[in-house]
Design a protein around this ligand. Structure first.
Ligand code: HEC
Ligand code: HEC
Length: 496
């Protein structure tokens, strides 16, 4: 069906478009963009009409199930197209929305949205992923009114931990950077343990990865590890680069969590772990393991659907730096870029981290027995992509994310209502700044309408850099803001 609708768009519409544009527009890049936008628009229109005729058509186009993965050779590009549909899909009761009326078969059954989450059970608070990730373009950020109201009492806005949706570009490279950094920290801990055992005495080991420092551990001769000196990362030394506080390590876990808390859909993994007693069903519902959220649907998300979401996210483009064209603004940009480093912003918002291996297995961490599905984040899907460090060499890639993927104490002013698991109220992951230009409002709850406000609200470990920004004259501060406003995304045409 996809191939047919694509052919429809390209075959019927483009020749006439080309004819009408042949005069003034002969920029091949622009034409290619137009083709893509039109193709997408036509496909969406076609699918919508099909779904109006035969309800259920849309979800068929928007999911790849375990069966698809097991029995067919799926192309990476198919995964991207289907994942794109899934991202824009509005979930329905028959897909397994939790929380409806007593009778899911009733003619007037509608899901009950819950904007304020009820503890870890979540909403459902939205029909689809795009409901919140849309500002600045597809897969973008959220406005303040799209904030998620997490871990509340299910009713009062004030009870919730408000979070603004970040944009989702560049997720693949970030996931892989975190994995490489975790591996480096684990190797350092293992070698400290081996040295302590072999030498028969206590060994202290500094922890660092890609030039970022995470404090130290000490290991006694008997193998006891002292984690008191570990900083900016959990004691299991696993970097968790997703969420404002950095609470999820993999895209797969983030996708599974998003589907659960925003759309009320429970994965097969969660069901099976509840069945086997490995997981408490508490946050998810009171039903039996095969329908914990008691919505009459048993299989809501199988492993294939999670792989689809991850495969899609991992193939999205990365943001780019777009310096202003106006010469005076360009001067301000250059000065601002230098100040950003000089006043200490770059200490946390590290401009570039180097990625060694661009291959991401979309099934990781998977249920046992699943074959890997590997995406090359430097090549597959939508451009622009991360650049190789050396031309004609693919041994390293430059990821211009402006983050150290480490957690920091940001002071009392920014603190969340309470700790999130073991992450203290004042502690946040350094937010990557790439793609910043299109994502206002800023900070974890969207409290800062402008870049200036976002900077001024920095406290705790960032107080020194904030004060150094405030100590600049107005011209100097303006430069920093112009620089930040150039951290943007590639302009593209897209179907509304
Ligand atoms: C109700 C709004 C809302 C909806 C709907 C939503 N998200 Fe999000 N998303 C957020 C917020 C808020 C965060 C930050 C969460 C946090 O800090 O814990 C986030 C974070 C993420 C992240 C991590 C981004 C980062 O840089 O840390 C990913 C990936 C993601 N969402 C994917 C999805 C997918 C896939 C869906 C659909 C299944 C979805 N989201 C639906 C609001 C939403
Ligand atoms: C100690 C580490 C640290 C330093 C130093 C630091 N930041 Fe941040 N920055 C963070 C963290 C953590 C966040 C997210 C805080 C939150 O949302 O509550 C953040 C958020 C931001 C945001 C908002 C991003 C968004 O998407 O909403 C901007 C803009 C920003 N920082 C710019 C700067 C500038 C400019 C400087 C230098 C004056 C600076 N930062 C210094 C850690 C730091």
């Amino acid at each position: 069906m996809l191939a047919f609708s694509a052919a429809l768009a390209l075959g019927i519409l483009l020749p006439s478009l080309r004819a009408s544009l042949a005069g003034p527009v002969d920029d091949p890049l622009l034409l290619e963009e137009l083709e893509k936008a039109l193709d997408l628009r036509m496909r969406e229109d076609f699918d919508r009409v099909l779904d109006a005729r035969d309800p259920g058509e849309l979800i068929e186009h928007a999911t790849l199930t375990d069966v698809d993965f097991d029995h067919r050779t799926l192309g990476i590009d198919t995964l991207f197209i289907v994942g794109d549909e899934l991202f824009g899909y509005l979930f329905r009761p028959e897909n397994g929305w939790g929380r409806g009326g007593a009778d899911p078969g009733a003619l007037d059954y509608t899901p009950r949205l819950r904007r304020v989450h009820d503890g870890r059970a979540g909403g459902p608070d939205a029909f689809g992923c795009f409901s919140c990730h849309s500002k600045g373009g597809p897969d973008g950020a959220g406005t303040q009114s799209q904030n998620a109201l997490l871990r509340g009492d299910g009713a009062a806005t004030g009870s919730a931990d408000q979070r603004n949706a970040p944009h989702l570009l560049g997720m693949g490279p970030i996931a892989l950077l975190a994995k490489e950094m975790s591996a480096a920290l684990h190797a350092q801990a293992a070698s400290a343990s081996a040295a302590a055992k072999a030498g028969g005495h206590r060994v202290e080991q500094a922890l660092g990865a890609k030039g970022v420092w995470f404090g130290r551990i000490a290991v006694d001769a008997d193998g006891t590890v002292d984690y008191a000196g570990v900083e900016g990362v959990d004691r299991d030394l696993t970097i968790r680069p997703f969420g404002w506080k950095g609470h999820q390590a993999t895209l797969r876990d983030m996708a599974e969590e998003s589907l659960q808390i925003h759309q009320g859909l429970l994965s097969k993994r969660i069901q099976l772990e509840v069945r086997d007693g490995a997981l408490d069903s508490g946050p998810y519902g009171e039903g039996t393991w095969d329908d914990i959220d008691e919505d009459g649907v048993s299989l809501e998300i199988d492993s294939g659907m999670l792989t689809t979401v991850v495969g899609y996210l991992a193939q999205l483009e990365v943001p780019v730096v777009r310096p202003p064209r106006d010469p005076a603004l360009l001067d301000a940009f250059a000065a601002g870029s230098a100040s950003f480093a000089a006043i200490g912003c770059g200490g946390c918002h590290v401009p570039v981290l180097e990625l060694e291996n661009p291959e991401l297995d979309a099934t990781e961490p998977a249920e046992p027995g699943r074959a890997p599905f590997v995406i090359n984040v430097a090549k597959d899907g939508d451009g622009p992509k991360v650049d190789p460090k050396y031309a004609a060499d693919d041994t390293a890639y430059l990821v211009n994310l402006f983050s150290d993927l480490r957690r920091h104490d940001m002071g009392e002013g920014l603190a969340t209502p309470s700790a999130q698991g073991n992450i203290a109220a004042r502690v946040f992951l350094t937010r990557p700044l790439w793609g910043l230009a299109e994502t206002a409002p800023y900070l974890h709850d969207g409290r800062a309408p402008t870049l200036h406000d976002a900077i001024v609200l920095h406290g705790g470990e960032a107080a020194g850099a904030r004060d150094a920004y405030l100590a600049l004259d107005e011209h100097g501060r303006a430069g920093v803001r112009v620089f930040l406003a150039s951290l943007s995304r590639q302009p593209k045409l897209f179907a509304p």
